[in-house]
Design a binder for this molecule. Structure first.
Ligand code: FES
Ligand code: FES
Length: 156
């Protein structure tokens, strides 16, 4: 099968890319657009380190074919920033001490963004469920859950 050319909206701007049919979205975003926030962890859909937003829904970049990005709205953790500053979720993760080695953090931020879009004021149970596909080997999750609660709080 030959390469295909795709066009999609990436962090708010239209882009195009030529991708192999076997190429994963994660590889395309990292290699062709230098968006290295999403990480290759397990490569098998088990850890969430590769999470991206596809049309506002959390998706696994390691399992999503790059060709499937065509015509979609794609947002990576880099697209969660607030101009030059960290976005609300990213800042909350830092503020609550929810970042240790940081490997899981981009995926957690993306999963949290999808969760808060659906549940702007989530319960702890909803946060746990929303993040259950994202593994963290360092923090024990308490600070991460707290960070999502902090990010969800309305601005005074
Ligand atoms: S790298 Fe995609 S789920 Fe682990
Ligand atoms: S902070 Fe290290 S894996 Fe989560």
């Amino acid at each position: 099968m030959s390469d295909v050319t795709i066009a999609f909206r990436l962090n708010g701007r239209m882009v195009s890319a030529t991708v192999a049919p076997t190429q994963a979205a994660l590889e395309c975003l990292r290699d062709q657009f230098a968006l290295t926030g999403a990480k290759l962890g397990c490569g098998e859909g088990e850890c969430g380190a590769c999470a991206i937003l596809l049309d506002g829904q959390a998706a696994l970049g390691c399992l999503t074919p790059a060709a499937d990005l065509d015509g979609r709205e794609v947002r990576t953790v880099e697209g969660l920033r607030d101009g030059p500053a960290l976005g609300r979720i990213q800042a909350a993760l830092v503020h609550e001490g929810a970042v240790q080695c940081g490997f899981c953090t981009p995926g957690m931020a993306v999963a949290a963004a999808a969760l808060l879009a659906e549940h702007p004021a989530p319960t702890v149970e909803q946060i746990r469920r929303g993040l259950e596909g994202n593994l963290c080997r360092c923090t024990g999750y308490v600070a991460i859950v707290q960070a999502v609660q902090t990010a969800a709080e309305p601005t005074p």
